[in-house]
Design a binder for this molecule. Sequence first.
Ligand SMILES: O=P(O)(O)OC[C@H]1O[C@H](O[C@H]2O[C@H](CO)[C@@H](O)[C@H](O)[C@H]2O)[C@H](O)[C@@H](O)[C@@H]1O
Length: 268
Amino acid sequence: MTEGLPALLETLEDVAVAKRLLLATDYDGVLARFAADPMRAVAEPGTIDTLRALADLPGLHVAVISGRDLKTLRRLTGIDEDEPIVLIGSHGAESSDAAVRSAMEHAAVTPDDEVTLTELRSDIEALVKEHHPEAGIEYKAAAVVVHTRGLPREVSDAALADARRLALEHPGVKVLKGKSVLELSVSHADKGSAVTALGRSVDAVARIYFGDDVTDEDAFTRLRRPQDVTVKVGAGSTAARFRLDDEATVARVLTKLWQLCSAAHVPS
Ligand SMILES: O=P(O)(O)OC[C@H]1O[C@H](O[C@H]2O[C@H](CO)[C@@H](O)[C@H](O)[C@H]2O)[C@H](O)[C@@H](O)[C@@H]1O
């Protein structure tokens, strides 16, 4: 049973005083509303600056963790390499943080995976061209994604089912069902392992995580300490403790978190 906004705000008041706090947030469907064109999914106004302000506070560690690949995540967030915000892409397989990279080495893409990915890309391209020309294709460092946002239900279902069948022809390929997308990935990373690795490396006393999708459930299930705060955005079953309605509410909660933390985390 998840709790709503009032209970979340009350809990954040307690957690904001923690000496070392990790705030990790997903991108699509949490910081940014969905868009038909994946490259046009922009963060809610002011949200990235709120993350910057949080990351400037002593004892606060901030990360954006996404299924996007690292390069795209950097471009969409506009967060530069020299900023103190950690970016984790490809569900944990890529990161700007050395500790996360080292913890996720087992999930790194191998030369054999690259070969599989090349074959997958060309098979997906042929499938879309011949049978599902309305569907879109997104190319990522470790995956290829079939997009069907905005298409009629039966058109979308048929394209995603065919893409799933095609994945079965490529042993070792992981299939991730997202929102109007099917991702075929050669990486075996997961957001739960990446976020716990980052938490360990900064010795976080409390970890806060915002997510909206199936892949965020790996993080929700791994962050189970009493002082951890897990927040699901939108509908659907979840292992998170709290739930928020939408991206605009996330933006407001992040601002509130900054107010609470800036009152508690005064430089000594
Ligand atoms: O881990 P996330 O940051 O939540 O990324 C998950 C996937 O997000 C993107 O797809 C979703 O957003 C698109 C843009 O709004 C939308 O068109 C699509 O329907 C959504 O599923 C992204 O394109 C995927 O690669 C990510 O894995």
